[in-house]
Design a protein around this ligand. Structure first.
Ligand SMILES: NC(=O)c1ccc[n+]([C@@H]2O[C@H](COP(=O)([O-])OP(=O)(O)OC[C@H]3O[C@@H](n4cnc5c(N)ncnc54)[C@H](O)[C@@H]3O)[C@@H](O)[C@H]2O)c1
Length: 267
């Protein structure tokens, strides 16, 4: 059992993780600029503030074993906004964690760090979790930069940092892309649990996607740190539900984002 600091705690992924991590026996410190919904309950503490506010991080970190860093802008936006939230924000989280002696971090990278890799659905399991970045957007560039920061802090401060290339998160797969690259809430909770168990310093870039049939994801890098996803999008939806999913651009791993104009906030 550990005490976890979740940044971006009011967001979609954090909201899904909270009950799962509490059930696993962890205590939670929740940091976000917005209040979490549902509000904090037993074994939770809320620290309002930004990851770019050093004082908020210093209030949140005492007693924490592992940071689950989810705060940031989760899609394409202006360059300046993305750099501020995703890159400077991550640098600040890692700096504050190192200063507080919190040496385990799992941070949300994204499939969009490798979103311009052509998708070869006839060659399943072809893309290693730690493949070199090939971003599809300014957003993807900031996720690749987060991975570099993870590498830097792991090396300089002997931290264990996991950069999790999350795919299409949701309670259920809701797109053609998600049939291949769904990240189920239970599997993301499994990745947090694997991170909590890490004892050796190092940086690990891993696929944080479920074991979806036909996924072009090679899970070897994650398995090295004890992450074994079990969910499969194809068993969650029946054939009719799968057929009803809207068509989608599948030329690149990043899907539609791979061809969107750079630097424009999405609706
Ligand atoms: N949802 C997905 O499918 C997906 C896929 C890949 C990666 N990710 C990554 O996972 C993370 C969480 O995604 P999400 O879908 O929950 O996004 P979200 O927008 O629902 O949640 C992000 C949270 O971060 C908070 N936040 C933003 N800037 C902040 C700051 N400076 N300080 C403190 N809090 C701040 C927001 O208030 C929000 O509550 C993001 O880093 C995103 O890039 C998400």
């Amino acid at each position: 059992m550990a005490t976890l600091l979740i940044t971006g705690a009011a967001g979609r992924i954090a909201t899904a993780l909270r009950p799962r991590l509490l059930d696993a026996g962890h205590d939670l410190v929740l940091l976000d600029e917005r209040p979490p919904d549902p509000p904090v309950g037993d074994r939770e503490r809320f620290v309002p503030g930004s990851v770019n506010d050093r004082a908020a991080l210093e209030t949140a970190l005492p007693g924490v074993d592992t940071v689950v860093h989810l705060a940031g802008i989760p899609t394409e936006d202006t360059w300046d906004a993305l750099i501020d939230a995703n890159v400077t924000g991550t640098k600040n989280v890692l700096e504050a964690a190192a200063a507080a002696g919190v040496l385990r971090v799992v941070q949300a990278s994204s499939i969009h760090a490798v979103g311009r890799v052509p998708e070869e659905t006839d060659a399943p399991a072809s893309v290693p979790g730690d493949r070199l970045p090939r971003p599809d957007s300014y957003y993807g560039v900031t996720k690749a930069a987060m991975e570099l920061l993870g590498s830097l802090f792991a090396d300089r401060y002997e931290m264990s940092v996991v950069s999790a290339r999350i795919g299409a998160f949701g309670e259920r797969p809701d797109s053609r892309r998600a049939l291949l690259m769904w990240s189920s809430p239970d599997d993301l909770a499994r990745l947090v649990s694997a991170t909590v168990e890490l004892t050796e310093p190092g940086h690990h870039v891993v696929w944080a996607v479920s074991r979806n049939s036909g996924a072009p994801a090679d899970f070897t890098a994650g398995e090295r740190i004890g992450f074994h996803p079990v969910d499969d999008a194809s068993t969650v939806l029946d054939a009719d539900e799968r057929a009803a999913l809207p068509p989608e651009d599948m030329a690149f791993l990043g899907g539609g984002m791979a061809d969107m104009p750079l630097g424009h906030p999405r609706d």
